[in-house]
Design a protein around this ligand. Sequence first.
Ligand code: NG6
Ligand code: CA
Length: 510
Amino acid sequence: MKLLGISFAISFLAVFASATFAETPNIVVIMADDLGYGDVSCYGATSLKTPNIDRLAAEGIRFTSGYCSASTCTPTRYSFLTGTYAFRGKRTGIAPPNAPAIIQPGTETIASILQNAGYATAVIGKWHLGLGGPEGPDWNGNLKPGPLEIGFDSCFLLPTTNDRVPQVYVENHRVLNLDPNDPLWVGNKKPSPDHPTGITHRDTLKMNWSHGHNSTIHNGISRIGFYTGGHAARFRDEDLADKWVEQSKQFIADNKDQPFFLFFSSHDIHVPRIPHERFQGATSLGYRGDAIIQLDWCVGELLDALEKNSLSEKTLVVFCSDNGPVLDDGYEDGAIEKLGSHRPAGQFTGGKYSVYEGGTRTPFITRWTGRISPAVSDEIVCTIDLAASAAALTEQELPEDACLDSFNVLGALLGTEGAKGRTSLVQQDNGASGTFGYRSGNWKLHRHDKRQARNVVVETKLANRPVERFQLFNLKDDPAERNNLIDQNPEVASRLKSELSEIIESGRSR
Ligand code: NG6
Ligand code: CA
């Protein structure tokens, strides 16, 4: 009897333990860079095949209204981590090379929430949210504050972007492999008259620049900003994806016995698009397509690593992008010439830098083997909601003053019967420019305080012609936002205008 009691107690404990464990799954967020809605085959691309991303979609939920919150990198990443719209924060537009840390220590983030819940937390890949105190990054010393001060236990970073200097890795608080006898200097001004740049040495470049990107040359490519030194620490662009995967596999293996949160922040398919030699020529679309194949390979490697460690059933994987697509973003890499019939934003208008749907509606997939039933969902979900949803998943209260615009859409993310996503969402372009998209149900309001819709440099076809301050579209009938219905629907327009103003002015939407 006693034996029976013990074995009952043990099996009760086992059930209880596994039930508890089931609600603290590992969370892996794979964020692509500049990947558009139509760039992968499970979202309709036919000019290339992305078997691993497709596999994720086939085994999980493919969202047709999955968003990032901004159409550039820094504000989307700020919102994803903090759960607060970036337009509320200072200096949240595209960060320059020497930007100080944008998210202040002590700010609640999805990482700190999960860290509090006992997760091991790591970010591997592109950061682009600044490092260091008000003076900016101390490249030769401690790069602090940074991810480790806002909830990550460890980080392995591309500190800015691949087109911004410097081309070095940052591991936790230090530049990796930095030789103290060859200190790293990073600045905005040409350091000496003889310093080679994309202008003075243009004929030596392995990829020509088309706008901007003509300062210091590294690996045959000129960049945004200047730097000298740190030669032993410099990476080859071709090796970045392999490095993110190697580091991630190690992190997964090291933490397989406890819950972990991995933010896998790919630099693909941001410019300069220089995939590893084995992917060069993989598609007919040029390096932009080849970089998508490299990204897809990374996803496959991560899924395999989960499988090998028997973690697929214990891991919620989220796949998303930081903003919509762009073709010529500063380098001549054939993206325009080789595009053919490929439509990077799918049926949507605009892309990176715009508040048309193409700027923020992106591939968005969730998978949790055994827990999520494969489906396609039209619910509205956004990267900004992952913080509140992670808090709900791990049964933690969100502090009142944190994650001000993050909604718990866990049910929609997991495909729970009848669960709803958001009812509305603010979209922004870059920083606090006064350019907003506001989706409410199927209605979409545009607000262009500067009366300029798009970035003229990269969207030549969509020219930055003056626009009305407000426009209204019905996304159901007109996903391409072509027919401005504001005059026919004054009441809807007025309701959306005041809802948007209220969200902006009240300082929070939660
Ligand atoms: C722009 C760059 C663009 C890209 C972008 C940031 C120029 C002319 N353009 O200023 O190439 O780097 O910033 O991209 O320099 S993001 O995806 O990180 O937001
Ligand atoms: Ca981006």
